[in-house]
Design a binder for this molecule. Sequence first.
Ligand code: PLP
Ligand code: COI
Length: 346
Amino acid sequence: MQANELKIEIDFNKLGFEIVQTEWMYVSYFKDNKWDDGKIMPYGPIEIFPSANILSYGQGIFEGLKALKSKDNHILLFRPIENAKRFNISAERLAMPSFDNNKFLKAIEEVVLLNKKFIPPYNSGGALYIRPIMIGSGPMLGVAPANEFMVMIYCSPVGSYFNAEGSGIELLISKKYTRSSQGGTGYSKMCGNYAGILKPAKEAKKLGYDEVIYLDSIHMKYISEVGAANFCTIIDGKLVTPKRDGTILEGITLKSVLDLAKKELKIPVRERDISYEELFKPNCTEAFCTGTAAVITPIGSITYGKKRKEFNNKEPGEITKTIYNLLTSIQRLDKKDKYNWVEILE
Ligand code: PLP
Ligand code: COI
């Protein structure tokens, strides 16, 4: 088996968040009630029936994690076991079979090491973004779970998700659209959750914003999260983030940030309802979003109807910078990883 050997002509310093083709991917099939052993294949198109469940009924989930280079050229993953666990939380919500955590981790390691020439160097600040997905691939006419599934894992070198990691993004609080609701699929990384936010994001971008902040669907008042990242703000010197109540994707970056704030920086953390009105008050001094793709992205401004607030002249605030530096230096092992979050692959 041979992959198309791709010549590397990538400018690792100029990467955004677009797919760059790499050489190898992992595929595993679920048939007759069990997963096969899985195999590595050249990255390329796959065949599925038009009647595959994913195509009509959207039975599909995904994950996202990054392989990073350390200063001394080791290849690192950040808390991949958390992605493995969340993959199964999402699978359970979508009536899909669970996928063994060790198999998931091993497959990720294989995909990363086979594609290691695509991992951006330490100095570029980039990463190899790894995308595990599971789809209902079995044919289905009535609305019911598929009986065949596929897991695929591929990767792509990436730079920053928003155009400007380091300077503040401009966010629009949506009065019109919500992302999730109680009892829904918000806590899972279900593909459809992202299909539903394409139009709101497109409209916001047309108006000059980078992304949308969603509110809760009952009151249209409390902050939920940003399209593909969690939301944090600093109010009266405390780090405040929305309660993880089943409507929010429980971010691994968020969980790490909350731990670092509490344990390392001694910043009080509050998980509670945050009304959008609070963000416009003077005691709300910083805001940022967290995610694998977003890392820690400072929020430069928020807008709700005619109300607009700029944080810190759109520059990252002091606490945001401190948290960014601490998290990213642990992720690249510039600082001691005392929580054992980082896996060294090589
Ligand atoms: N919220 C949503 C909707 C996301 O898609 C993501 C990205 O995975 C996050 C939050 C952040 O999660 P994590 O920090 O695990 O990447
Ligand atoms: C991630 O941060 O890994 C995400 O999944 C966000 C993504 C939808 C780009």
